[in-house]
Design a protein around this ligand. Sequence first.
Ligand SMILES: *Cc1c(COP(=O)(O)O)cnc(C)c1O
Length: 450
Amino acid sequence: MPQTKILLDESDIPKHWYNVVADMPNPPTPPLGPDGKPIGPEALTPIFPMALIEQEVSAERWIPIPEPVREALRMYRPSPLFRAHRLEAMLGTPAKIYYKYEGVSPAGSHKVNTAIPQAYFNQQAGIKRLSTETGAGQWGSSIALAGQMFGLEVRVYMVRVSYDQKPFRRSMIQTWGGEVFASPSMQTQTGRDVLAKDPNNPGSLGMAISEAVEEAASRADTNYALGSVLNHVLLHQTIIGLEAKKQFEKAGDYPDMVFAPCGGGSNFGGVAFPFFADKAAGKNVRLVAVEPASCPTLTKGTYAYDFGDTAGFTPLMKMYTLGSNFMPPSIHAGGLRYHGDSPLVSQLYHEKLIEAVAVPQLATFEAGVQFARAEGIIPAPESNHAIRACIDEALRCKQSGEKKTLFFNLSGHGHFDMAAYDKYFAGELDDHSYPEELLSASLANLPKVG
Ligand SMILES: *Cc1c(COP(=O)(O)O)cnc(C)c1O
């Protein structure tokens, strides 16, 4: 009987992060300033430490992981790779299914993998406080934990709807010593302006980013931290794919297809980029980003320069976007409700080197429940997207008789998302498709550059 859990030793935690830029056929597109010209590293120093800025623009293939970061990661890494024997049997598929489980981190998702190095490099630079935004709370709780580990104060702007609907992640942020405000808030000019016009504004990720950036830019002791999208965040997450490759080697197998849910792209980049290195070297492996049909950034968005936030404080990044004012429907995979996507993931998708599919909400919960009944773990609603796409492929293998090896990233557990499962069981969840008119209105407002 082949192993169910493929485990590594703590000494197997990678000593370097993998930078996909080294294997991309074309150099990444530069971020632009308000004048439409590429920005230099100095434009980012008010909000990021130099070590992270250097990682953001690096083209080196391997970037060393400092020993104190590896030490902190030992709290929960290496994460297990599972062979989904029971799910395979339930589906009756000849395909082999594997998943890497990132829900073993204390905050319950992959986001701690970048929260730890971000807190470390800020502490090394003498920074005392971090400001950030969070949607459903996975990022806010991860950075609160990492701030606690490295002695930094953390302030989190949490999107109003989630603040009200997901009180337990708010409590987690506070348990780890973080301070949390509902966004839009009275703490920033951005928030005050929004509330003056609309006191009941439910907030959005783009708006909360504006608040966090405004605060970091206006205080010397405070930097900003982002949980996805940026190159250095994807870099830190490659620890997932690097471990997975060792685990596949141990299992004597190799994936034909890799799936990950895709919001801002960090867990997809994290699991898929180390396999992209093999693809660039000629290996046949398909890398599939899975997004919600209601926020279909890669599959229905436009590849263009756009802001990362609503107020336009961030540099312009070339990415697939639905427009920085796009308000996605309130689906339960809050971590996938971002208007844009990582510029690296966007460029690889544009060059047809990776793939993307969009899946509707109800089908993702159906897949998540089937997975939980077979494998035990209750997945985060975001992770259910990858599970849906992987099960669909396993069922195609059942039709064709192909014995493919399928692999997905189980980015987090759903223990704090049970209200969403309740709604699913009560028949109260919908398949919002993306609102066409809203989308064309939002895309008509893209900034004019180039
Ligand atoms: C944030 C989150 C995602 C989305 O990750 P991105 O890196 O933004 O694509 C997926 N799954 C879980 C559990 C998350 O918390």
